[in-house]
Design a protein around this ligand. Sequence first.
Ligand SMILES: [Zn+2]
Length: 568
Amino acid sequence: MTTGSIPSGTSTLYRGGFVHGPAGAAGPFATALVVGDNQIAWIGSDEAAAGHADGVDAVVELDGALVTPTFVDAHVHTSATGMGLRSVELTDARSLSQVLDKIEAAARRRAGRPVYAPNWDEGDWPEQRPPTGQELDRATYGGVVYCPRVDGHSAVISSALAAASGAREHPGWHDSGLVTREAHHAARDAFYSGISAADRRADVDAALRSAAAAGIGLVHENGGPTLSSEADFADVLAAGQGGHGSHGSHGSHGSHGSHGSHGSHGSHGSPGPQVIGYWAELVGDEVSARALASRMGARGLAGDLNIDGSIGSRTASLREPYVDGPDQRGHPYLSVEQVRDHVAACSLAGIQAGFHVIGDAGADTVIAGFQAAATQVGVAKVVAARHRLEHLEMVDVDGIKALVELGVTASVQPAFHALWGGPDGMYSGRLGRERAAGMNPFATMHAAGMSLALGSDTPVTPFAPWEAVRDCVNHHNPAQRLSADSAFRAHTRGGWRAAGIDDRGYLDIGQPASFATWYVGGGGDGAASGSQSLGSDCLPDLSPGTTLPTNLRTVIRGRTVFELEGVS
Ligand SMILES: [Zn+2]
């Protein structure tokens, strides 16, 4: 048990719960904490807390809830997520006709405004094909419709969007209305530029509210010229500044003011979570790297700077052909030299660089580029800049070792493997079981000393942090499972580390008061059932099929930004 002094002024005692403290598993668990000046002022037992109850402004009874640091989602497309929440989600659609019904209903609701309908996956539909552009036209009375496939690397678009974007003139256009490659990028750009600023801000707020409801206190926004827009990126960063301190300074605590959570920056209210932004644009020299990152307010020139595409769209760059497309191996979008120049430039500027990479040949390209950069500017500069890679789904042991030597973090998506891995999953269909089984080698990465951060890539998969932790614990390949403790740390502290900030993401005295309180089921009688449902690691049972914790409250920098309705 630790003690500290409770500051005068605004302070709140939370008691009667289970606090996931800095040691996590150090029992007996702490059961109470005090927040003062938006920081954690004290952590200890209820008995010790009794002496503090008179000295605080408010007391919150936790009723056996688990208190954890807020999660960090390290790969987010914020406005697209919000647009999905406010438009039409196709993840659960079971057939093409259901998809068209949903789109028609959304078009009516949106009364002529553009319709965003992401995440279709024709694999399980009886029709076995995506909608056509003509079907979208009929469902929306000729509206602007953009329907990216679940992996985001292809889309179906309506005729109005095809006309507005000139997609027909680009490689990757299909007369069915399906677009890939350049045609897809043209359609996506035209779609986003047709969104009004007010709509976009509402989308951003909706997404951040949803993150807060999921117990997420920090998101890494992955923007870029072919993904969103500069205005979009600026809006997302502004919305995240309610809890400022997340960007602008590298790594120190003490760099933030104590009034961050009361700030009202930007023209719209802040829904809570902090935002760190990554801008996916290639640079070739140090001066441009510095200028671009500073103009954008980006922590790094990284994120979805694509080395390749995805397995689902057969655009991930592979050493051997796709099993279900024997003449296809994907193709790298960037050369070793482009990777080298970008990484060297960012390293010299002290800015994080990074890429989206999925296939094994893509990993070869990116690793060769990193190594060439290290030869150019020195290993120390590369390591110090804390570069990162997104997805990194098909990397081998030698590749992992090479990346560890260069201090590169892996920002991975456990939900991808849970959804598409396994002997009968989509990855096996595309690559065969043996190659698919070697994907997402989380345990190998962890054992090699690679820093891991977890993310959803929302809107590809939703904000769902406990699910991500559970997916790591129950990896399809038993050899690649992580302990709950390692996965949990990767999704909290690991997310801060991935942004180059080493001293955040856990509960201890002096840390910002950013935490979530969870109802943990399992044998209780209505109230949270308490310590018997927590393991010795102070984490809930994460076996397949168990009910995951329910978020009761999210506090970010001392301010409650989410409360489950019906809970006071
Ligand atoms: Zn992404």
